[in-house]
Design a protein around this ligand. Structure first.
Ligand SMILES: [Zn+2]
Length: 306
């Protein structure tokens, strides 16, 4: 089902070594490969001399050392955080303590919607709930550094506080986990929300940046085309969920088995949450019906067409 997107999984990058990905931007990959992180989380360094770090990464001593080593004779003035998953923000306190940089992000971790009665948040372990930015950024806010200018681009959906960062005059966006070259982004309730995610994709489609530097995987060099593939993929996934419901499927596990063929078994839970994210959106739009609020173990049917 995902073969409609021209994925790029070419990333020959040794963990914790510095690589200048485009002129003026360096990247260092943490050694945390996995089904959700690909080969590892990427931290970026903007500029030279007076620099900013985007996403210091997981609480991993080797990675923190490599990052600090890369900026040894420079001044880190700013830290930008795209979102508060445990592979992106837990290294912030150590990097801030070593550099005195000011930390910018949309805000602390939060869910996209309140928990339903009796609902457990299946994503609790993935969130960095200790994170607090020094400066909470709003969409469109501009931050000036030593020879670079960054614009905050609110992109909720993967998490409610997801923020991408456009590097002005460089035609470049730090895309976090919102758009990645190697795989689709996971949108899982209650932390993520499909309606927000689609709106954020549409917003990026209306911007001009052609290069995206994501939280995982290689750079995207034809971003507008790639974002369109992402939008089409989501619409196709929604259509196949509706098709399964029309064929008589009523529950999420049945839909997952039908549309995620050949999926890595470690991702089955995430696939179920992704289908739930679509169903939440479809129920909100009146296209699909369920008893009460949409739930992972809910019973679903197509809404009556008036
Ligand atoms: Zn990530």
């Amino acid at each position: 089902m995902s073969d409609d997107i021209p994925f790029d999984k070419n990333l020959e990058l040794a963990p914790d070594t510095v690589d200048e990905v485009v002129p003026g931007v360096r990247r260092i990959m943490a050694n945390n490969p996995g089904p959700f992180t690909f080969k590892g989380t990427l931290s970026y360094i903007i500029g030279k001399g007076k620099v900013a770090i985007v996403d210091p990464g997981p609480d991993d001593q080797a990675h923190i050392h490599a990052l600090l080593d890369a900026v040894r004779n420079e001044t880190v003035t700013h830290i930008f955080v795209t979102h508060t998953h445990r592979d992106h923000s837990p290294a912030v306190p150590a990097v801030q303590a070593a550099t005195g940089a000011i930390v910018y992000a949309e805000g602390p971790h939060r869910a996209a919607r309140p928990l339903h009665i009796g609902e457990q948040n299946p994503l609790d372990a993935s969130a960095d709930r200790d994170f607090r930015p020094d400066v909470a950024l709003k969409d469109g806010e501009v931050v000036e550094g030593g020879g670079w200018t960054v614009e905050a681009v609110a992109t909720p959906g993967h998490t409610a506080n997801h923020m991408a960062y456009a590097l002005r005059d460089k035609n470049l966006l730090f895309a976090g986990d919102h758009v990645m070259a190697w795989a689709t982004s996971i949108v899982a309730p209650p932390d993520g929300a499909m309606s927000d995610y689609m709106a954020s994709l549409q917003k990026l489609a209306g911007r001009g940046e052609t290069i995206y530097l994501p939280g995982h995987g290689p750079a995207i060099t034809d971003a507008p085309r790639f974002v369109n593939y992402y939008i089409l993929h989501r619409k196709a996934r929604e259509a196949s969920i509706l098709h399964r419901l029309a064929k008589g499927a009523t529950d999420i596990p049945t839909i997952v088995r039908a549309i995620y063929i050949g999926i890595d078994p470690r991702l089955t839970g995430a696939a179920g949450l992704s289908v739930l994210a679509h169903l939440e959106d479809l129920v909100a739009r009146g296209v699909v019906e369920t008893e009460g609020t949409p739930a992972i173990d809910g019973v679903y049917r197509l809404g009556r067409l008036d």
